[in-house]
Design a protein around this ligand. Structure first.
Ligand SMILES: NC(=O)c1ccc[n+]([C@@H]2O[C@H](COP(=O)([O-])OP(=O)(O)OC[C@H]3O[C@@H](n4cnc5c(N)ncnc54)[C@H](OP(=O)(O)O)[C@@H]3O)[C@@H](O)[C@H]2O)c1
Length: 264
């Protein structure tokens, strides 16, 4: 089945009924699948990206499946004020309460350390580290004051392996994994659970030009296949749900075993 077929035929349930969720970067790829899956479990979701047109398309598809989605767009990396402004607009769209924040929006330019363009360095640090920091700073205090909330950070299997010519992108995800633990310590005692999902090589619009590389990367992992956005979305839903009530500060590898083992 294609991702579109999977997302348009999701089984519906009530495990997130009455909850609200922001999924950053949900106009595409892993975030789009996550928005669909959380909505299929009853959450009112904010669909977000820079493109209003694509966000509206995703929200319409969620609504067509019986889910509830609002569109709130914006370039989060442009300034801390833009990220905080987005947090406020998304909170309003969700009726004033955010139960779940999924920090998914991310970029992944790579290249040798000596020649990685300065603009890429700045954009990686802003999008992958500063934006989640700004959003958690804007949204977690209200969750803590209420005594409940969930934050799920999307990191990467690449944060766990040194790879030549791919230094800063994984480092931003390693930073986000540390923030996951730090935020679990900072907000967990107030009832806010903070965890991360570390996806493996997963085919999305963001990397479909590298299909052959993804196939080669995943061939020797236990799963022996490229990841699907739905694989990641299901893990996010678990961490967002009450089934994960005792899970704090962890990084859940959803990577087909690419970090843990080699076959053959
Ligand atoms: N695909 C993989 O193999 C893989 C593996 C490990 C981790 N990840 C992580 O998973 C996350 C999603 O990856 P993906 O493959 O689904 O990427 P994708 O298809 O390129 O989608 C990225 C999303 O992030 C949004 N975004 C990017 N920069 C933004 C900004 N400055 N402001 C607002 N939104 C922004 C994009 O929105 P617009 O396009 O509408 O602007 C889009 O919705 C990323 O954090 C990535 O690092 C991916």
């Amino acid at each position: 089945m294609t991702t579109n077929e999977i997302l348009s035929t999701l089984p519906r349930d009530e495990r997130l009924a009455g909850r609200t969720a922001i999924i950053t970067g949900s106009t595409s790829g892993l975030g789009e699948a996550t928005a669909h899956v959380l909505a299929a479990s009853g959450a009112h979701v904010v669909v977000h990206g820079r493109s209003t047109e694509r966000a509206a398309r995703v929200a319409d598809a969620i609504a067509a499946g019986g889910g509830r989605a609002s569109v709130v767009t914006g370039d989060l990396a442009s300034s801390p004020t833009a990220a905080r402004n987005f947090a406020a607009r998304a909170t309003d769209a969700l009726g004033g309460r955010v139960d779940v924040l999924v920090n998914n929006a991310g970029i992944f330019p790579v290249g040798p350390t000596a020649t990685l363009p300065d603009d890429d360095v700045a954009a990686l640090l802003a999008t992958n580290v500063r934006v989640p920091h700004d959003l958690v700073g804007a949204l977690a205090p209200a969750m803590a004051a209420r005594g409940s909330g969930v934050i799920v950070n999307i990191t990467s299997w690449m944060a766990h392996v040194g790879t030549p010519g791919v230094g800063l992108y994984p480092a931003t995800k390693a930073a986000l994994e540390h923030l996951t633990r730090a935020w679990a310590a900072e907000f967990g005692p107030s009832g806010v659970r903070v965890n991360a999902v570390a996806p493996g090589a997963t085919l999305t619009p963001g990397n479909e030009a590298s299909l052959a590389i993804l196939e080669a990367m995943t061939a020797a992992a236990p799963a022996g296949r490229i990841g699907r956005p739905i694989d990641i979305a299901h893990a996010v839903r678990f961490l967002a749900s009450d089934e994960a009530a005792y899970v704090h500060g962890t990084v859940l590898d959803v990577d087909g075993g690419i970090v843990a083992a080699r076959v053959g």
